[in-house]
Design a protein around this ligand. Structure first.
Ligand code: G16
Ligand code: MG
Length: 217
C-alpha cells in the first residue's frame, strides 16, 4: 500500500547531468584528465567530492592535490554549475514528470526528494516544483550516499511514512540498490536497471496506471 513517492532529482525530475558534465569538463581540463563520455556517465548520482576524486584518479592525479586544493576545485566547479543552472525553467522538467507529479498531488500522495545534490532546493525553485514536496533530504546530513539505504530511509521519514509504504524513483543503479535496501518499492527509469521492481525506459511512460499494471504483472 503505497502512500508516498521519493524522487531522485537528476535524471528523474530534470536532466542536470549535462550541466554537471559541462562544469566538471572544465575541472578535468584544468587538472589534465582526459574527458570521456564514460567518465561523464560515471559521475551520475555520486557526491561532489566523490566526483572530483573520480576525475583526479582518472588522470592519475589522486595523490597530487591537498585537501584544501581539492576543496577549491570543488567550489570552482560548483560556482560554474550554479551559473549554468540559472537558465533552468519549468520547461526543463523531464517529459511527463509534471503530469505525473500533478496526478500524485491530486490523489494526495506524499512526495519527497532523495537527491545527492546539495543544490536540489535551488533546482526545484527554478523548476517551480518546491511546493509539491513535503520535504527534501539534506545530503549534508548523510553518513553514506547511494547505494547505502540511508537517503531513501530519510526520504520516508520526511513524509512521516514507513518505508514499506514508499516507492522510490531512480535512474541510477546505485539509487535502485538504495531503494531496495531501504525496503521500498523501486521504480527504475532508463536502461540497465535490472534490480528495479518496476521499470520504465523513459520518464514519459511513468504514471500511476502504468505502475499498477506492472505490479499486478
Ligand atoms: C546528482 C548528480 C551527481 C552530482 C550529485 C551532487 O545526483 O547526479 O552527478 O555529483 O547530485 O550534486 P551537487 O554538487 O549539486 O551537490 P542525484 O542524486 O540527484 O541523481
Ligand atoms: Mg539520478
Amino acid at each position: 500500500n503505497i502512500k508516498g513517492f521519493a524522487f531522485d532529482l537528476d535524471g528523474v525530475i530534470a536532466d542536470t547531468a549535462r550541466f554537471h558534465g559541462q562544469a566538471w569538463h572544465q575541472t578535468a581540463d584544468e587538472v589534465g584528465t582526459v574527458w570521456t563520455d564514460e567518465l561523464a556517465e560515471n559521475l551520475k548520482g555520486i557526491s561532489r567530492m566523490d566526483s572530483l576524486e573520480l576525475i583526479l584518479n582518472a588522470g592519475g592525479y589522486g595523490q597530487k592535490y591537498t585537501t584544501a586544493q581539492k576543496e577549491t576545485l570543488a567550489t570552482q566547479k560548483n560556482d560554474k554549475y550554479l551559473e549554468l543552472i540559472k537558465t533552468l525553467t519549468p520547461a526543463d522538467i523531464l517529459p511527463g514528470m509534471k503530469k505525473f507529479l500533478d496526478e500524485l498531488k491530486d490523489q494526495q500522495y506524499h512526495l519527497s526528494v532523495a537527491s545527492a545534490s546539495k543544490n536540489a532546493p535551488t533546482i526545484l525553485k527554478q523548476l517551480k516544483l518546491t511546493d509539491y514536496f513535503d520535504g527534501i533530504v539534506d545530503p549534508a546530513t548523510l553518513h553514506a550516499g547511494k547505494p547505502d539505504p540511508e537517503i531513501f530511509v530519510k526520504a520516508a521519514e520526511v513524509m512521516g511514512l514507513d518505508p514499506v509504504n514508499v516507492a522510490g524513483l531512480e535512474d541510477s543503479s546505485a539509487g535502485i540498490t538504495s531503494i531496495n535496501s531501504a525496503g521500498e518499492l523501486s521504480i527504475g527509469i532508463g536502461s540497465q536497471l535490472n534490480e528495479a521492481k518496476i521499470k520504465f525506459a523513459v520518464t514519459d511512460e511513468v504514471s500511476l496506471v502504468a505502475i499498477k499494471t506492472q505490479l499486478i504483472g
